[in-house]
Write a protein that binds this ligand. Structure first.
Ligand SMILES: [Zn+2]
Length: 438
């Protein structure tokens, strides 16, 4: 048995702050997180009696730093790291001009391995300990990511992309091979360590009706796996979906037709849903990944968080790199705030941290394992400071309330705000301290 205590300011959310109000917020200026064998024992205020109760348990002290749960990215493409910040074109043009050629290389194991290694290192550097990740249509691209995530003991969800239509041959499968390869990957990787599988048709335009039907079959045959795809991101895409599926009254109806809309489904974007779609979306218990940075970068539109909240759908933040421009949850939170502001529905710091943490864990159905410091959860956590961000440090010093400090962290932070990242109680990243000037 190995016990360890971490002392510092501690913050986590016990519930959705929109539902539970102040009761959802747990914050100790001087607190302690106690971890045993990678599992949270408790988060509590620090006191001298804590010290004596801990007996000989080693205590690591982080004065002036804030300990928070590991962040969760609800939608990201690891094979798109090489086309991040590629200029030009709305969604469909951007996909064919930059993304599809880049994804072709992921049929080579060594390319996929190197990128998976780099990607997971960058997630940890950004304080992200869990994510729902698109691979490519190559089986080996999913295998490489699972192997690397298993080696790091990270709670990562992914799957090979299903894509048999409107795509170059180098990144296509067929309805049948897509089904068989997905099945083999589920058998090998789902629930291995902390990994999980997501059946991943890219979106309605790149799968034949037969492939979508088989994706529905995969879901029905494997009750624990997720469905991960894109929905209603861009107006040109929506018009093309109407042309491709004239028998379906709207975009969501295409996925409904094939049994892909339910409480294990995570749809990225949902920027242009109609009121009728939102109504059905929420009723199905579906989750949406709100990807503000990507929506701004591709000019897709502004997500309507008020409509999402009204629908009852679970909402989470996704970086959506490479359309998104940063893996840092701080960059995504800052863009989320601005998009919500543009939609006349500004959100507070607790909401932002919820969407990037516990709320995202709920959307991905992993909240019984991660998302906060409830006793028994896996000890994924991040130590934040402002030592490398002088503007943030100055702003924090002037903030009167904790909520104001937290908001400044969300808006002004980036990966330099992450001093350390722990995965299941093990230190997985430590920021290098810059040498003092001579
Ligand atoms: Zn995406």
């Amino acid at each position: 048995m190995s016990r360890q205590a971490y002392r510092g300011a501690v913050f986590h959310l016990l519930a959705d702050p929109d539902d539970a109000g102040p009761e959802a917020v747990c914050h100790y200026d001087d607190g302690v997180l106690i971890v045993e064998d990678g599992i949270v024992v408790e988060a509590a205020p620090w006191s001298e009696s804590t010290l004596s109760a801990l007996g000989g348990v080693p205590v690591e002290h982080f004065p002036g730093k804030l300990i928070v749960p590991g962040f969760v990215d609800a939608h990201v493409h690891y094979p798109q790291l090489d086309v991040v910040a590629a200029p030009g074109g709305p969604l469909l043009e951007w996909l064919s001009r930059y993304v599809f050629p880049a994804e072709e290389r992921y049929g080579h194991r060594e390319v996929a391995q190197e990128a998976a290694h780099f990607f997971l290192d960058r997630l940890l550097q950004s304080g992200v300990t869990s994510a729902l990740v698109f691979a490519t249509a190559h089986k080996v691209s999913a295998e490489a990511l699972f192997e690397e995530a298993l080696a790091r003991n990270m709670r990562i969800l992914s799957g090979k992309v299903l894509m048999d239509t409107n795509a170059p041959p180098g990144i296509s499968d067929t309805a049948e091979t897509g089904y068989m390869e997905s099945k083999a990957l589920i058998r090998e990787w789902h629930e291995k360590g902390r990994l999980g599988y997501a059946v991943s048709p890219r979106f309605a335009l790149t799968s034949s009706p037969r492939q979508l039907e088989l994706a529905g079959r995969l879901l029905a045959e494997h009750p624990g796996v997720l469905l991960h795809t894109h929905l209603s991101e861009n107006l040109g895409e929506i018009a093309a979906v109407h042309r491709a599926f004239p028998d379906c009254p709207d975009y969501l109806a295409v996925y409904e037709k094939f049994g892909l809309v339910g409480n294990r489904s995570v749809f990225a974007h949902a920027v242009h849903l109609t009121e009728a779609e939102w109504g059905r979306f929420g009723k199905a218990g579906t989750a949406v990944a709100f990807c503000p940075s990507a929506n701004l970068f591709l000019g897709s539109g502004l997500f309507d968080i008020a409509a999402a909240a009204k629908s009852g759908a679970a909402v989470a933040l996704g970086s959506d790199v490479g359309a998104g421009t940063s893996l840092s949850p701080f960059a995504v939170m800052a863009d989320a705030f601005k998009v919500c502001r543009m939609k006349h529905h500004p959100i507070d710091a607790f909401r932002l941290f919820y969407l990037a943490g516990l709320g995202a864990a709920k959307a991905l159905r992993i909240d019984s394992y991660v998302g906060n410091f409830a006793p028994g959860k896996e000890a994924d956590f991040v130590v934040l400071d402002a030592a490398e961000l002088p503007l943030l440090a100055r702003r924090l010093a002037g903030a009167r309330k904790f909520s104001e400090q937290l908001f400044a962290r969300a808006i002004l932070g980036d990966e330099r705000a992450v001093a350390r990242t722990y995965v299941a109680g093990r230190r997985a990243y430590a920021r290098k301290v810059a040498a003092p000037p001579v």
